[in-house]
Design a protein around this ligand. Structure first.
Ligand code: ATP
Ligand code: MG
Length: 353
């Protein structure tokens, strides 16, 4: 059957079940937004959360790596590991999209193409050659053939773009997010990276609708943990026209993930507090807020960062970091020719999550 154009007017998106779940999901998300607004050093959390998202989302595509490798790639010290690099690129793609929509105030096909380009680091763009099919991962049989012709794909994207940027249709943005994700994955405009691009689109859509101020709610962990269900429900729309189950699934994901993210932020906040206490009591002479913040900025730090953040000489910066290592607050590691210092306590929280 041919893919329909949005907005699927014949589908009832206001069933009792959906409305009930929508209330719970909206409340949880609003709580996350409110909570995040009260946090002074939000950039620390955004950095940490987007690393975890990049890792989880890439894992759905079987790109598996460790936090440790990701950090090593992030230091830019020449450390090479293909999967970790993919994860770092995914995080970059989130920022590319985020900055673009902040600037534009809407989500365009071009932004979507740019995001996918960063994820895949190639300029293949929208599919031009036919042949892309979605297959059952176990049996290998074709379950769905997305639109094949470039013009047709672009028309579907234009229709999606109109739907995304229509803020006056009276449909709740969380419900729309579910519809957008289904439609985008069904258009499947790229040769590869459609899942990851679609997952980034979700968070950007939340930001666009002011349901979040920064990109901090990600469904990838939830999707990864319920992967079979995720694929089944997408296909269930196609085969049984069952939108309700799908929308409920996405809404539930928003509720669960909002709550989980609040917990993660709390954990990180508590860790910053207790770390700060330890730092102050063990090394009162060198403690400063700038230095503390730098140690949480990117999970690892380098001498040059400290020089800049604290306006001190290289010698002093080195001495700070070495003292912090001596009292067990950091752990150094040589990557290439450079020495980096890891905040192992923060890394543990992120990798446990
Ligand atoms: N039956 C289906 N109908 C619509 N979309 C589907 C269906 N099955 C899978 N998909 C979507 O296709 C995506 C996979 O496409 P693709 O390989 O291009 O993306 P990816 O980012 O490389 O992979 P992944 O999503 O596994 O990380 C899935 O994540 C899912 O969103
Ligand atoms: Mg793929």
């Amino acid at each position: 059957m041919k893919l329909e154009l949005l907005p699927y007017q014949h589908v009832n998106l206001k069933t009792n079940k959906i409305l009930e779940q929508l209330t719970a999901s909206s409340r949880a998300l609003a709580e996350l937004k409110g909570y995040a607004n009260t946090i002074p050093n939000m950039h620390i959390l955004i950095n940490a959360i987007t690393i975890n998202e990049a890792k989880d989302s890439s894992a759905i595509e079987n790109i598996v790596t460790t936090h440790d490798s990701i950090y090593k790639v992030l230091t830019g010290s020449g450390y090479k590991e293909e999967n970790a690099k993919e994860v770092v690129d995914y995080r970059t793609a989130i920022w590319t999209g985020y900055e673009q929509i902040k600037k534009d105030g809407y989500i365009s096909t071009k932004t979507i193409v740019n995001i996918q380009e960063v994820i895949e680091h190639n300029k293949a763009g929208i599919r031009k050659i036919p042949g892309t099919e979605l297959k059952n991962s176990i049996t290998g049989e074709t379950i769905y053939t997305p639109p094949q012709n470039e013009k047709e794909i672009r028309d579907y994207l234009k229709n999606l773009e109109d739907y995304i940027n229509d803020f006056k249709d009276g449909v709740d943005p969380l419900i729309k997010m579910a519809m957008i994700h289904y439609q985008f994955e069904s258009i499947h405009p790229f040769y590869d990276g459609n899942g990851r691009t679609g997952r980034i689109l979700n968070v950007l859509y939340l930001v666009l609708n002011n349901l979040l101020n920064s990109p901090i709610l990600y469904l990838s962990k939830y999707i990864n943990e319920t992967k079979q269900e995720y694929y089944r429900l997408l296909q269930n729309i196609r085969e049984n026209n069952d939108f309700e189950e799908w929308v409920l699934y996405i809404l539930k994901g928003v509720e669960i993930t909002s709550k989980d993210t609040i917990k993660l932020i709390e954990k990180i906040q508590n860790e910053i507090k207790s770390y700060k206490e330890d730092f102050k009591s063990k090394l009162p002479k060198i403690y400063s807020k700038e230095l503390l913040d730098s140690l949480f900025y990117e999970v690892y730090t380098k001498i040059s960062y400290i020089e800049k953040a604290c306006s001190v000489t290289r010698l002093t910066a080195t001495s700070y970091l070495n003292q912090l290592e001596e009292v067990g607050l950091l752990k150094s590691e040589k990557i290439g020719r450079e020495k980096v210092y890891k905040n192992i306590r923060l890394i543990k929280i992120l990798s446990d999550n």
